[in-house]
Design a protein around this ligand. Structure first.
Ligand code: SAH
Ligand code: SF4
Ligand code: F3S
Length: 453
């Protein structure tokens, strides 16, 4: 038996890929461990989105080098692999910078890990694979081993053709590719059979999904969601991340018509100034986005929205930044992620001569986050007194606690509960804590019904 430690950075698609790499290596005798100290193999599944994310990898590799040397001194062997978007972006440079790395494998080539491990184990050389055979990858991976968790991720789409001028994803993940409908449905059924009650469909541009259906035609995400919604015992569907340009009428209608599609949508806009949106190559204006939000809310009035924002994009003036704050006020977000612009090698914006000074970025980020946090708090406070279905995911830290999520993706906990993991129960929200909501089960009946399901 060999031990495998995988450390995951970045987005949910990396979380999904890490799980699939573990599935792939299980037949080779690798079982998961939660520390590199006793591992025979370590995989860093990396993210290249901002400079800090990429730099973290090198400091981690420095530590692994020492561990590898100590292991060799004891006559043992530690294999070090770098996977994910840094692997794709930097390739052989990683080995030049840190020779302790044995394997570099891009996000579209990790189905080749078994042969790469075999190659490395035989000799002392390195193995490098950074091709883009996305189709190959899903065809040659073993079936997804579901672990019985109530919530699961399922990648349905990969890559990006949008080429926002700040972003590395089109280079690290390649062109847009959608998995065929039948493959997605089969994987969803496996997950549900093993206990998943909520599935989050993943894609760098998930709403650009155009997978081939059983009828030979390209299916939209809305059509896929409709088909998945008929799977017995699947109670919730979500999808992430969407681009405003791909928010089609049929997908908006799906939010009105499909009850298990949760009323929560992550719809990044990045900025509120039309000048900056154009320079980012986002392909829409602030007014387009606001109109879209209006149409989505008309279809599903209780929908909660979240977004991503970048401050300090090259050339961003005080007036541009003020337009972002205005847009945030107009939308009123339930949650959001926000970042300082980070110049990424090879992207068009990195070459701009109009970079914004770091201290200006800091001040803008603080102001933006102040506003977004206030909106999130107000949204959470507005939930107090309401009753929601909560999908319980795990027991809490204290005895008798159960923790789950509301339809709006808020973390909710109840006290004095019987084990509720994997069930949905009605919960009345009583208080807002710093990162979660506290509630009570509305009736014994609900609890019994939940447990019976
Ligand atoms: N495909 C998604 C998100 C991709 S990356 C989309 O189009 O929205 C996640 C987020 O990271 C982006 O939405 C953006 O806000 C942020 N991001 C991407 N590149 C960045 C950069 N160079 N600097 C700072 N933030 C960045
Ligand atoms: Fe990056 Fe833009 Fe593609 Fe999103 S849509 S992954 S931000 S290039
Ligand atoms: Fe990072 Fe790659 Fe995801 S750059 S955000 S891990 S697609």
């Amino acid at each position: 038996m060999k031990r495998l430690f995988i450390k995951t950075y970045g987005c949910q698609m990396n979380v999904y890929d890490s799980a699939r790499m573990a599935d792939l290596l299980a037949p080779l005798g690798f079982t998961a461990t939660d520390t590199p100290d006793d591992a025979d193999m370590v995989i860093l599944n990396t993210c290249h989105i901002r400079e800090k994310a990429a730099e973290k990898v090198y400091s981690e590799l420095g530590k692994l080098k020492l561990l590898k040397q100590a292991r060799a001194a004891d006559g043992g062997r530690l294999i070090v692999a770098v996977a994910g978007c840094v692997a794709q972006a930097e390739g052989a440079e990683i080995i030049a910078r840190q020779p302790a790395v044995d394997i570099v494998v891009g996000p579209q080539s990790y189905q080749r890990l078994p042969e790469m491990i075999a190659r490395v184990s035989r000799g002392t050389g390195h193995a490098l694979e950074t091709d883009f055979p996305a189709q190959d990858k899903f065809d040659s991976l073993p079936a997804h081993t579901a672990h019985g968790a109530p919530t699961a991720f399922l990648t349905v789409q990969e890559g990006c053709d949008k080429f926002c001028t700040f972003c590395v994803v089109p280079y690290t993940r390649g062109a847009e590719f959608s998995r065929p409908v039948a493959q997605v449905i089969a994987e969803a059924k496996t997950l549900v059979d093993s206990g998943a009650r909520e599935i989050t469909l993943l894609g760098q541009n998930v709403n650009a999904y155009r997978g081939t259906g059983p009828d030979g035609k390209a299916w939209s995400l809305a059509k896929l969601v409709k088909a998945l919604a008929t799977i017995d015992h699947l109670q919730r569907l979500r999808y992430v991340t969407s681009h405003p340009r791909d928010m089609t009428d049929d997908l908006i209608a799906a939010h009105r018509d499909i009850p298990i599609l949760m009323p929560y949508l992550h719809l990044p806009v990045q900025a509120g100034s039309d000048t900056i949106l154009a320079a980012m190559n986002r392909g829409h204006t602030a007014a387009d986005y606001l109109k879209l939000v209006e149409r989505i809310r008309a279809a599903r009035p209780d929908i909660a929205l979240s977004g991503d924002f970048i401050v300090g994009f090259p050339g961003e003036t005080d007036a541009d930044f003020a337009a972002t704050l205005d847009l945030i006020c107009a939308v009123n977000y339930a949650g959001a992620y926000s970042f300082k612009y980070s110049a990424r090698p090879g992207t068009p914006a990195a070459a701009s001569a109009r970079q914004v000074p770091e201290e200006v970025k800091d001040a803008r980020l603080a102001e933006l986050q102040g506003l977004l946090t206030a909106q999130q708090k107000a949204f959470n406070a507005s939930c107090v007194g309401h009753t929601f279905p909560v999908l319980f995911e795990h027991p809490g830290r204290k005895a008798g606690q159960a923790v789950g999520r509301s339809p709006y993706l808020q973390s909710v906990h109840v006290e004095d509960a019987l084990p509720l993991t994997g069930t949905i129960a009605q919960v009345r929200i009583e208080a807002v804590l710093s990162n979660s909501l506290k509630g009570v089960l509305v009736s014994q009946g609900t609890r019994e019904k939940a447990l019976a399901n």
